[in-house]
Design a protein around this ligand. Structure first.
Ligand code: NDP
Length: 337
C-alpha cells in the first residue's frame, strides 16, 4: 500500500511538493487491527490546519509520517471483533490506498440496511458524515435555527453549505446562500435557496442587503459562517436583534493569518448578536442517533441531495485537497480509488 506523507510544512497556500507518495512497509496483522482497501478518500479544509506545526483540536500531521483523514474502505482481513472481510467501513486512515489500521483510526461499519436501500458508501464522507453532521449541528444546535428564521450561509455550494441550505429549507426557513460563480449559484438555487449571492461578482454586503429587500426581510436571524472575512462582516451588518451566528469555518484565512477587518462587529452589542464557534467532534456523539435518523430520512426522501466533485486515483489526492481553496469543487470534494 502507498500513503501520502507531509514532507514540508506549507507557508501560505500548500503546493504539490509539500507532499510525497511513499510505499508503506508490509505488516503482519496484530490484535485489534484490520487490513483495508480504501475505495474513497475525503479531503477537507480543516486538514490545512493540521499541516501547521501547532496542534489545535486536531493533532498536527507529523513530517514524514503517513497522513490521515476520512475514508471508506473494504476490510480484507480482520483481527478486530465484529469486523469481517467484505465489510465496508468509514475510518480515519485516509490519504492512502489501504494497509493496516488499528482502533485509533476509528473504524465504523456502514449500516447495511442503508446501503441495501441504495445509499452510496461515500455518503458517509459527506451528508451522513462530517460535512452533513457539521451542517446539522451548526444550524440546529449551535444556531438553534427554527422554522420562519432567515438564514444566511456562505460557501453554500460546498459540502457543508449545501447541506445547510437543504436542512434549512426542509424546516421552512428562508435561506440566502453565497457562492463563487454562476454555475455554483444556479445549483444553490436548485437546492431551494430563496436568494443567492455570487460573491465573486461584487461586494457581499450590498448584494446581501438587496437579497433581503427582495425577500421582504428586515435582516438575518442566523448566519452559518464557512468563510469569515467580508461575509462575516456583512452578516454583522444585517443581523436582526438576537441573531445567532454559528461559526463553522473561516476558509478565507486558512492559508494566511489575514487581519480580518470587521467594520460591523460593533453591531453585536445593539443587536445582541450571539456567536459561537463549534467543532463537529465535540457534539457529534451526543446527537449521533438523532442526526442519522433525521438526515437519513431526508436523504431517502430526496429532500437532501449532494453533488460530488470526484478526482480519480490516489495520485490526485493533494490536487483535490488544493482545489478546495480555489473553489474547484461543487458539493463534496472526493477522491475515488
Ligand atoms: P467546501 O466543500 O465548502 O469547499 C470549500 C469551498 O470554500 C470552496 O469550494 C470555495 O467555494 C470556498 N472558498 C474557498 N476559499 C474561499 C475564500 N477565500 N472566500 C470565500 N469562499 C472560499 O468545504 P467543506 O464543506 O468541507 O467546509 C466548509 C467550511 O466548514 C470550511 O470552512 C471548513 O473548515 C468548515 N468545517 C468546520 C467543521 C467544524 O467542526 N467546525 C467541520 C467541517 C468543516 P466558492 O467557489 O464558492 O468560493
Amino acid at each position: 500500500a502507498k500513503a501520502w506523507h507531509l514532507i514540508r510544512r506549507p507557508q501560505g497556500l500548500p503546493t504539490i511538493d509539500n507532499f510525497a507518495l511513499r510505499e508503506l512497509p508490509d505488516q503482519p496483522l496484530e490484535n485489534d487491527q484490520i487490513r483495508v482497501r480504501n475505495l474513497w478518500l475525503s479531503v477537507d479544509p480543516y486538514m490545512r490546519g493540521r499541516m501547521n506545526d501547532a496542534s489545535s483540536y486536531a493533532a498536527c500531521f507529523q513530517l514524514d509520517q503517513p497522513m490521515t483523514g476520512g475514508a471508506i474502505g473494504e476490510i480484507l482481513e480482520s483481527r478486530i471483533d465484529g469486523f469481517s472481510p467484505g465489510d465496508l467501513i468509514v475510518h480515519m486512515g485516509g490519504w492512502r490506498d489501504g494497509g493496516v489500521i488499528g482502533l485509533d483510526m476509528m473504524p465504523n461499519k456502514l449500516p447495511a440496511e442503508l446501503l441495501s436501500a441504495g445509499m452510496t458508501p461515500q455518503t458517509f464522507l459527506h451528508n451522513m458524515g462530517l460535512t452533513g453532521g457539521t451542517a446539522w449541528i451548526g444550524l440546529l444546535r449551535v444556531a438553534a435555527a427554527r422554522p420562519g428564521d432567515t438564514v444566511f450561509v456562505s460557501a453554500a455550494a460546498g459540502a457543508v453549505g449545501s447541506a445547510v441550505v437543504q436542512l434549512a429549507k426542509a424546516r421552512e426557513m428562508t435561506v440566502i446562500g453565497s457562492a463563487g460563480g454562476a454555475e455554483k449559484c444556479a445549483w444553490v438555487e436548485e437546492l431551494g435557496a430563496d436568494a443567492v449571492i455570487d460573491y465573486k461578482a461584487g461586494p457581499v454586503l450590498p448584494a446581501l442587503a438587496q437579497a433581503l429587500k427582495s425577500l421582504g426581510k428586515p435582516g438575518i436571524d442566523v448566519y452559518f459562517d464557512n468563510v469569515g472575512g467580508e461575509h462575516l462582516d456583512a452578516a454583522f451588518a444585517v443581523g436582526n436583534d438576537f441573531a445567532r451566528f454559528a461559526i463553522c469555518g473561516m476558509i478565507d484565512v486558512y492559508n494566511d493569518a489575514k487581519v480580518q477587518e470587521m467594520k460591523y462587529l460593533v453591531r453585536t452589542i445593539p443587536a445582541r448578536i450571539r456567536m459561537e464557534g463549534f467543532i463537529y467532534t465535540d457534539q457529534f456523539f451526543d446527537c449521533m442517533e438523532e442526526f442519522y435518523a433525521d438526515m437519513g430520512g431526508l436523504i431517502t426522501s430526496g429532500a437532501v441531495t449532494i453533488r460530488e466533485t470526484v478526482h480519480d486515483g490516489l495520485e490526485a489526492t493533494p490536487r483535490a485537497f488544493l482545489g478546495l481553496f480555489s473553489g474547484g469543487n461543487i458539493g463534496k470534494m472526493l477522491v475515488r480509488l
